[in-house]
Design a binder for this molecule. Structure first.
Ligand SMILES: [Zn+2]
Length: 464
């Protein structure tokens, strides 16, 4: 090899080593920042304390309720105190359905005796007549079974949907999806065969005494009949009682009611990007919660995760290149009007969103993120994975983003769902068991840190 060639190779080697060193520094630099983000989250209890306040002062903050208004005002104040570039409210028209103060049910049988059942209204169920309804009960596990029974076996009866969430399915979210049509569609399906009401087994894998509520849908031109959730324990009891006395009756009395529409708000706050202020990285969650509990895991924890992203950036003096915006959406549970209103705003303003992250699977131990985006963008996220290994965040995979951010799909925004360990999520979900004491401070903090770290990396490297 002659001299120029030797020099050329030597030079090439030097360049290569330099690049490797720079890359290693950049990597260790990022890993260091992420370890600082984690340390910050684990050293501060502000988020935990704010969640406590939200749960205790605004429990059952269903859209349109007084509690929802309290939650809007409170989170607005918390964000105002962070000295961000802007904090504002976005008006949203929400449904105003009220659960009432009466939801009672009783199993009546000369064979098995009388027993109160633990029930609550599904939203937005119609009320029963003033003095309730008493009717025979017919148990089914599917709509096919209901169809086979037909009008002659269903007319004038209460249909009891009792298909459990399958406990053998490893992902409880999948088991939920497989069972939830009984809750969402049960009343309208039963009404087709002239049923007078429905009782739906609660959507939970745990055997407990809490009715777990949730949304249901009526259909135009199909009779609206009252719909209630019954606790899994009482669903078992009712099923066993029906075997002993097929002629038993149930009494159902609820005074829930629809009060039309109301004005409410999404709460929005941001730190403006120093280089690309017109490009937004969004972190969101929903502020509303069902009337049954305190909305600690669903989705108070998610709101805290989002707020903590901004707090961490501010307190650690991380100056983002892009605008970091959080949205606390109103009315995810009933009509998703907050998410739709936000997407309408994006359509009109043509604002550019680089990515949107949603936390709506509880404040449990973080595992990773599910990503709803084309494969080449998912590859970008997988490249971030190495920075998360010391934090035990291992899962970056294709999957669902979130209900509130989903309308942003129309604008090709990559959607990311925060993924914690959801094995216990349905113990709390939509029930009186979703209370602040079920939140573990470290698990909540780790979630905030994981989401903040991801926002930091997206901001630094982009997704192009
Ligand atoms: Zn939720």
């Amino acid at each position: 090899m002659d001299l120029p060639y030797r020099m050329y190779y030597r030079l090439k080697l030097i360049v290569l080593i330099t690049l490797l060193v720079i890359n290693a520094y950049a990597q260790s630099d990022d890993s260091l920042t992420i370890s600082h983000i984690y340390a910050f989250a684990l050293a501060h209890a502000d988020g935990y304390e704010n969640l406590k306040y939200l749960c205790k002062k605004a429990p059952g903050r269903l859209a349109g309720s007084q509690a929802a208004e309290t939650a809007v005002n409170y989170s607005f104040d918390v964000l105002k105190n962070l000295a961000l570039d802007s904090v504002y409210l976005q008006e949203v028209t929400v449904p105003h359905w009220y659960q009432g103060d009466r939801a009672e049910a009783k199993l009546i049988s000369p064979v098995t005796g009388t027993k109160e059942l633990s029930v609550c209204a599904l939203g937005p169920s119609v009320p029963t007549p003033e003095n309730g309804i008493t009717a025979q009960v017919v148990e089914v596990l599917s709509f096919e079974e209901l169809e086979k029974l037909g009008v002659k076996n269903v007319e004038g009866k209460i249909v009891f949907f009792n298909r459990p969430m399958d406990p053998t399915v490893i992902n409880p979210m999948t088991a939920y999806s497989d069972a939830v049509n009984q809750r969402t569609q049960g009343a309208k399906e039963a009404a087709k065969y002239d049923a007078v009401g429905v009782l739906v087994r609660s959507m939970t894998t745990s055997l407990d005494d809490f009715p777990h509520t949730g949304v249901m849908r009526y259909e135009e031109n199909i009779n609206k009949i009252p719909a209630a959730a019954v606790s899994t324990q009482d669903a078992q009891l009712l099923s066993e009682s029906l075997k002993r006395d097929p002629n038993l009756t149930c009494f159902l009395n609820m005074n829930c009611n629809d009060h039309g529409e109301k004005k409410s708000f999404n709460v929005i706050a941001e730190i403006r990007g120093s280089k690309y202020p017109d490009q937004i990285i969004l972190a969101g969650a929903h502020l509303d919660a069902w009337f049954t509990g305190e909305g600690a895991h669903d989705d108070g924890a998610g709101c805290i995760h989002a707020i903590e992203v901004l707090r961490t950036f501010m307190k650690m003096s991380i100056k983002p290149n892009h605008t970091i915006r959080i949205v606390l959406f109103m009315d995810e549970e009933m009509n998703q009007s907050g998410g739709k209103t936000y997407a309408d705003h994006v359509r009109q303003s043509r604002e550019n969103h680089m990515a949107a992250i949603e936390s709506d699977r509880g404040g449990l131990v973080p595992l990773g993120f599910t990503i709803d985006a084309p494969d080449q963008i998912i590859e970008k996220f997988i490249a971030f994975k190495k920075h998360f290994l010391p934090c035990y965040i291992l899962r970056f995979e294709k999957g669902y983003g979130g209900v509130d951010i989903n309308p942003l799909k129309d604008f090709n925004v990559p959607l990311i769902g925060f993924l914690p360990d959801v094995q216990r999520y349905f113990d709390f979900h939509h029930s009186a068991n979703d209370t602040f004491d079920k939140i573990h401070i470290r698990e909540l903090q780790l979630g905030s840190a994981a989401i903040t770290s991801l926002v930091y990396l997206i901001d630094k490297y982009g997704l192009e």
